[in-house]
Design a protein around this ligand. Structure first.
Ligand SMILES: [Zn+2]
Length: 257
């Protein structure tokens, strides 16, 4: 996982990207003991994780070149437990890397009777970050110079209308995919496509004539993201729908790990 939980200086919990770890913890205990001993909590199951990789760390990842967080089987003796915790159930956490394909369960969208407050406040407090992630996943722009754009609001409103907040799933690395996947088709007039393959796909299609630079100005075109297989998703399919047809403009891995 790339998002971890720490407490801010004022004691309130916050979910941060591991790339901001030293900056946002100010290398305070119990989060930082040395560059190879960085600790935080898993935002999903609440158990202790350590940061693998990153500047100055001797813990190197074999899978990823960027730093990431991984569950620990116990609290290391050096760690002052205050502020951190161990959950012996951590092996059933969807973010636990030992779970083969366990992340696919996130797409089951386990319905609940009440809104998931953690998910709601994460979305409210991280909109700019989520919009950037959605742009990277789809090749379509979800933000403008100062804020998120109307495409973002439309997709988010649709996610909320479709009861996307009524779910057990709270796994911050998954949230941008979750919003995209739950939302229904939304209007796509005037939005910008940045992904080169997506642009070339649109250019060659019947709606290509409505492309002005990288902005699509076709009326009656809608944007939607579907998973390729509802039993064992592998990819998110980013589509544009138009009267009498549809285009898959890009694909992103469904795996948030
Ligand atoms: Zn966990």
């Amino acid at each position: 996982m790339h998002k971890v939980e720490i407490k801010k200086v004022d004691g309130r919990p916050d979910i941060i990207d591991v790339s901001d770890f030293d900056n946002l913890t100010n290398k305070r205990k119990p989060y930082f003991y040395s560059a190879s001993q960085r600790y935080a909590l898993c935002p999903t199951c609440g158990s202790i994780v350590n940061i693998v990789g990153g500047k100055g760390s001797s813990l190197q990842s074999t899978r990823n070149k960027n730093a990431y967080a991984s569950h620990l089987g116990s609290i290391p003796p050096i760690v002052n437990v205050q502020g951190l915790a161990f959950n012996s159930n951590y092996t059933s956490c969807p973010a636990y890397q030992g779970n083969n394909n366990n992340w696919q369960g996130l797409y089951k969208n386990n319905r609940t009777q009440t809104i998931n407050q953690k998910l709601q406040s994460y979305i409210n407090n991280h909109s700019q970050e989520i919009a950037k992630e959605m742009s990277e996943l789809t090749g379509v722009i979800f933000y403008n110079r100062t804020s998120t754009n109307r495409l973002y609001s439309d997709v988010l409103d649709s996610f909320i209308n479709n009861k996307g907040l009524y779910t057990n799933s709270f796994y911050p690395d998954f949230v941008s995919r979750q919003i995209l996947e739950v939302a229904s088709p939304v209007d796509f007039w005037g939005y910008i496509i940045t992904n080169a393959t997506a642009l070339s796909t649109v250019t060659k299609s019947v709606i290509g004539k409505d492309l002005v630079d990288s902005q699509l100005k076709s009326s009656n075109v809608q944007f939607v993201v579907d998973i390729d297989n509802i039993n064992s998703p592998k990819n998110l399919l980013v589509k544009l729908l138009y009267p009498n047809g549809e285009l898959v403009i890009s694909k992103a891995t469904a795996n948030p790990l």
